[in-house]
Design a protein around this ligand. Structure first.
Ligand code: MRU
Length: 364
């Protein structure tokens, strides 16, 4: 997608061979592009959230393996790289998916063939992500079209949570892709953007990208969604996911579950944009089986922003001595999900429907 009229992906390889990412910690205030040069850089970038969002975490890990294979393509190095990168963040399944994929391709090869094959597969994973998200956009577009038609061409109001936009993927985003496709088609779409405490991915990233693309939007505090739904101001919710179970339970950024409950209570359709690498076919009950990342208390007790002099600063908002809990994700049970917008169409959130849509993956 575009920044100041120039097309970017969230991760890319330069003709020189360097792997670059946008360091998202500084957005929307500064666009900082950094080179990830070795395995430690890749692990730090994922762990410290220079890059974040399930699909982008996976793509970054894939390139991390490739960079390490260029340095040391031995079996021991492959094993250790898997462990180091896998340990960075526990919830998004795309990380494991991408590492397994690299392992599957590289393990049978002679060490001297691994670096080239690794760069090739990492580039393919990126291209596949872009195509999956484009298709999610086209499938989600049909939902938005239908709502627009029912409203006689009136404005379609979408609520979204966190950032499941293009900076969370390689390009397009998942939850934002239907929105971009609808806007491109001329449908009047307005997006309500949950700020998404504690890290404010909505305020800092979703608002930034919608702004860059001229998409009508309003930032709202996380607690406003239920009120807007009660007053008929939201036509549908579209969120992303970090891991969806084989029966359709959806793990996503903390607070998603509360939005799903409010949507159910108010008869608002609640859709999840779901690329197939985000499905964990090995788990069923998301609440019991998905590990939820617990992050440091300072994300809750402090907020980051831009001071009047332009400096990016962190400000304490709670008293000294107050502790904080910081679970980063929650699970929305399948029964609260209206539909899963996948690259193969809109699928009901249940085991049979998911397996029928992805028989090739479900049976692995
Ligand atoms: O902690 P983050 O910023 O990595 O969390 C991101 C989300 O929860 C997204 O909604 C999810 O990864 C889907 S991104 C297409």
């Amino acid at each position: 997608m575009k920044i100041n009229g120039k097309h970017y992906r969230a991760i890319w390889r330069e003709p020189s061979g360097e792997v670059k990412v946008i360091d998202q910690r500084w957005l929307p205030h500064e666009l900082r592009i950094v080179t990830l040069a070795n395995r430690k850089d890749f692990a730090d970038a994922i762990y410290e959230m220079w890059v974040r969002g399930a699909p982008l975490i996976g793509a970054t890990a894939a390139y991390g393996v490739a960079v390490q294979m260029a340095e040391d393509p031995s079996d021991a190095s492959l094993d250790e790289t898997y462990e180091v990168l896998h340990a960075t963040r526990p919830t998004a399944i795309n990380l494991k998916w991408a590492l397994d994929e690299m392992n599957r391709v590289l393990r049978p090869l002679a060490p001297e063939a691994r670096a080239e094959a690794a760069y090739k597969r990492a580039a393919e994973i990126c291209d596949e992500d872009v195509e999956i998200n484009r298709r999610i956009g086209l499938n989600g577009l049909e939902i938005i079209r239908e709502i627009a038609a029912k409203k006689g061409g009136g404005r379609v109001n979408v609520l979204t949570h966190c950032n499941a936009g293009w900076p969370a993927t390689v390009d397009w985003g998942t939850a934002t892709s239907p929105i971009y496709h609808a806007v491109e088609e001329g449908i009047d779409v307005h997006v309500f953007v949950d700020e998404t405490r504690p890290r404010n991915q909505g305020a800092q990233l979703t608002a930034w990208e919608l702004n860059s693309h001229g998409v009508s939007h309003d930032l709202i505090v996380d607690n406003a969604g239920g009120h807007l739904m009660q007053h008929g101001e939201i036509d549908l919710v579209i969120v992303g996911t970090d891991r969806t179970t084989a029966r359709g339970d959806v793990c996503n950024k903390i607070g998603t579950y509360l939005k799903a409950l409010a949507a159910k209570a108010n008869g608002v359709p609640f859709y999840v944009a779901l690329p197939s690498p985000t499905i964990d076919w090995t788990v069923q009950d998301g609440v019991k089986e998905i590990p939820i990342e617990e992050r440091g208390p300072e994300e809750v007790t402090h907020v980051q922003g831009k001071a009047a002099d332009g400096a990016i600063i962190s400000v304490q908002i709670s008293p000294d001595g107050t502790g904080a809990r910081n679970p980063a994700f929650d699970v929305t049970p399948a029964e609260l999900v209206t539909g899963l917008i996948t690259e193969r169409g809109v699928v009901a959130a249940d085991a049979e429907a998911l397996a029928a849509a992805f028989p090739d993956l479900a049976s692995r």
